[in-house]
Design a protein around this ligand. Structure first.
Ligand SMILES: *Cc1c(COP(=O)(O)O)cnc(C)c1O
Length: 251
């Protein structure tokens, strides 16, 4: 489980955000990509609503959370301060594993789901989303590229992924837009470990997309330790948390 941080000042968040945006832009330029082709999802599981709103005030729209309970707690805090209306400024991304008994909540709360890590999870969200009069929900298939025992995700096998993609044709309330992965956690320089993982996800996407004829434009990959590497390898969405909230000496 991640560690919760105490309050983080708006100034520190602003400085950190500026640095992350600059690094994101530099990585994009390095490989001749447009900066605005990469979406920054700010992961706020470590912090409370003041920090989320600070990010929104600084122009961040995409907010990532990994647990339903955490989002419910934040919604309650917003309501208690009469700030619920600010939710309309936010696109909320589910980035963590979903227990299927919470699929009803996920279908209501989120505007984007990165963590479809099994057929069952996809089918459960489909069932609940279809009951609501909400727009089609964009989703990604999560792949456990490095085969880590402690991580969720589909196996990194084009045949298996192709089968899931075929079944997703029945998910009328969802739209599979691409793939997501996490590289193994690394102390120090993550590049040697992360780069081959990200490259593999891109190759899987390319193969799936040409086999199925299903456009899969999105690749959600890269966190604080490796988002610049991910951008070099084709990430269209990076999910960055710690780098936005920690003091400069640590990042
Ligand atoms: C926590 C989390 C992140 C952000 O990680 P940082 O290292 O804090 O940037 C990204 N993706 C997922 C799936 C996470 O759970």
């Amino acid at each position: 489980m991640y560690e919760k941080l105490g309050p983080v000042s708006k100034d520190l968040i602003a400085q950190n955000l500026e640095r992350v945006r600059a690094r994101l832009a530099a990585a994009a330029t390095k490989v001749n990509r447009k900066t605005d082709s990469i979406r920054l999802v700010a992961v706020t599981k470590y912090v409370g609503i003041q920090e989320v709103l600070a990010l929104v005030d600084l122009g961040v729209r995409d907010i990532g959370e990994s647990r339903i309970q955490e989002v419910e707690a934040k919604e309650k805090d917003l309501a208690a301060q009469n700030l619920s209306s600010r939710l309309s400024e936010i696109q909320l991304h589910l980035i963590g594993h979903l227990q299927t008994n919470k699929a009803d909540k996920a279908a209501k709360l989120f505007q984007y789901v990165h963590s479809i890590d099994s057929d069952r999870v996809g089918a459960a969200i489909q069932k609940e989303r279809a009951k609501l009069s909400k727009p089609v929900l964009p989703v990604l298939l999560e792949v456990n590229v490095a085969g880590e025992a402690n991580k969720y995700g589909l196996v990194p096998d084009a045949n298996v992924l192709h089968e899931v993609l075929k079944r997703s044709a029945d998910w009328s309330a969802l739209k599979v837009e691409g793939l997501m992965c996490m590289a193994p956690a690394v102390e120090g320089d993550a590049e040697p470990v992360s780069r081959p993982v990200f490259k593999k996800l891109r190759e899987l996407r390319d193969e799936l997309s040409s086999r199925s004829g299903h456009a899969l434009p999105e690749l959600s990959m890269g966190m604080t330790q490796d988002y610049t590497v991910a951008i070099e390898e084709g990430a269209t969405i990076v999910r960055v948390g710690s780098a936005l909230f920690e003091s400069a000496t640590k990042i």
